[in-house]
Each structure stands twice: as C-alpha cells, then as structure tokens.
Design a protein around this ligand. Structure first.
Ligand code: G4P
Length: 290
C-alpha cells in the first residue's frame, strides 16, 4: 500500500528532538511491540549518539507473548536492553524504573569517575505517533512525587518529573518519524491504527490484515467470524459482513463497514495477541538495526 505521511511536521519534530536530547542522559525508545521495526526511527542511532538507550516494547498486551520474548532477546543481542510494557494499565511502572536503572550504568560509571555523586539520571521518552508516549508519561507522572519545575538551561515549558531520587523524566515526549519510504512500514503502521484512517483505503487495508492472518495466525478468521480460511480476502470480507450483520439497505453486504469492524477487532486485541513482525533472521539483522 502506498500511504501518504506527514513530513511537514517532521522538520519541526526533528529540531525539537535534537534540542531535547541534549538535556538527557538516557533515551527511552518506545516501540509498539506488535511491529517494533516499523516503529523505529531511521535516525535514532545518530540522534541518540552516545546516550544510554532503552527500548520499551509497549502495547505488549496486544501482541503475541511469545514474539515479545523473541524481540527482547533480539534487542539484547544488539546490546540494547528491551522490556515489554502495557503503559495503559500502569502496571509496568516499576519495571520501567528498574530498566532505567539497568540502562544507565554507563552514565553512573562516568559520573563516578568524575567524582559526581547522586546526580539523577535524566531520561526522555521518544517514539513515533501513537505508540503510547503520553500514556506512559502520564502514568509515570501520576504516581511521581512532584514535578521539579523549570531549571536553567531547559527549554521553556519543559519540566522534569522526579520518578524517584535517582531518575528525572522530561515531561514532554520526543516525537520521531518512521521510515517513510518503505511501503511495508506504512502498511504495518496503518494496521496498528497509527495512520489517520481518512487517508487510507480501508477495504484494501482490511484485505492486507486478512492476508496476514491467513499466513501467520491460521484459525483466527474461522474462530472469530466463522469465515473460510483460504482464498482471496474480498470474499472473506463479504463473509465477515454477513456474519456481523454489516448490511446495506437492500441486504447487500456493506464491505466498508465490515472493513472498519474487522480493523477495529484487529487493532484492539479482540482477535487475540497479534504480532505483525518477528525478529529478522541473523543475516538481515545488520541491515535493520542501527
Ligand atoms: P502517543 O503519545 O505516542 O501519540 O500515544 P498515546 O499515549 O496517545 O496512545 C495512543 C493510544 O494507545 C491511546 O488509545 C492509548 O490509550 C493507547 N495505549 C497506550 N499504551 C497502551 C498499552 O500499553 N496497551 C494498550 N492496549 N493501549 C495503549 P486511544 O484509543 O487513542 O485513546 P484512549 O481511548 O485509550 O484514551
């Protein structure tokens, strides 16, 4: 699928990110656990420079648990600590703090060598739209003792949320952009609901989703909709329309409505935990990770 992005905002986003990143010791890269590679920013390696890094695989509740574990191993093999998370439930708060602690060893070691004691780690959350950045920051901030207020040298408006004595979090997330030029990335992000549906052909997108289920999660279409598992996606979409009573006035199947309903099921976990991407095989890895 060819999807039109929003490169207009992105120049501004890049500049803001380049400024904010100077203020922190640690960059927490938030990815959707269902498609971590499609959510990765192509420039993150360069942007984060020598900073400590941590990958948070968010929306783990919507992904395939076994695949989440594979991703954590995959990132570990690249020397990047990754943890899975469900930012909406707030249950991962402790895990995030532990992960920050583990990922900021380099910084602490550097401080120690320079004789700096007990300076808190400053961290920021960064990611492409819709991965859950605000949800995570709000969940962490709600429980946090206090906002620490503006500090000299900090962009006006930026505040630090003190998570504990050892960690301060920038209260605004860094907005990143995906790999625009890869059509597969566009399709995956659209399936996750991270692209404005108004610019998409939802019938075509639902067809992609059906093809994906046929290949990777056989049985789901039959179980959820009583639909056939084999064959072209459009007749299956028609079956879904009939099964879920998406009908036009004359009783004809309403494909548009069925596509929306199917995508809503797909995105919200009603079809079970689904992972659109699995870690690439060894020989592809070098190309994918920066
Ligand atoms: P952003 O700042 O990165 O753009 O993302 P944001 O926090 O706005 O989250 C985007 C959507 O993802 C929100 O849903 C949010 O509730 C949901 N979300 C965030 N983290 C998780 C998670 O770990 N699991 C699940 N299942 N959902 C998560 P929304 O429908 O846009 O808003 P709302 O109806 O939840 O308020």
């Amino acid at each position: 699928m060819n999807i039109q992005w929003y490169p207009g905002h992105m120049t501004k986003a890049r500049r803001a990110m380049e400024n904010d990143i100077k203020l922190v010791d640690l960059v927490m890269e938030l990815l959707d656990a269902r498609a971590p590679l499609s959510c990765r920013n192509p420039d993150i390696g360069r942007l984060a420079g020598g900073k400590d890094r941590l990958v948070l695989l968010n929306k783990a509740d919507l992904a395939d648990r076994e695949v989440n574990r594979q991703w954590i191993r995959y990132f570990a093999e690249q020397g990047i600590l990754a943890v899975e998370l469900d930012a909406r439930s707030g249950s991962g708060r402790k895990r995030v703090q532990e992960a920050i602690e583990a990922a900021s060893q380099k910084k602490r070691e550097r401080d120690r060598r320079r004789g700096i004691l007990n300076r808190p780690v400053r961290a920021m959350v960064a990611g492409i739209p819709n991965v859950g950045k605000s949800t995570l920051i709000n969940s962490l901030a709600r429980k946090a003792a206090a906002k620490t207020g503006n500090k000299p040298g900090v962009t006006k408006g930026n505040q630090w949320i003190r998570l504990n004595q050892r960690v301060e979090l920038l209260d605004t997330p860094g907005l990143l952009w995906p790999r625009f030029e890869d059509p597969q990335v566009g399709t995956h992000l659209a399936l996750l609901g991270s692209v404005n549906d108004e610019v998409l052909d939802l019938g075509e997108l639902a067809a992609e989703g059906i093809r994906f289920l046929q290949a990777e999660y056989p049985g789901v279409l039959a179980e959820r909709y009583g639909a056939q598992e084999e064959g072209e996606p459009y007749p299956i979409l028609k079956e879904i329309a009939v099964a879920r009573k998406c009908l036009q006035k004359g009783g004809e199947p309403d494909i548009g409505k069925a596509a929306r309903l199917f995508l809503e099921d797909f995105r919200s976990g009603r079809l079970g935990g689904l992972s659109l991407e699995r870690p690439p095989k060894k020989e592809q890895e070098e190309m994918e990770v920066q």
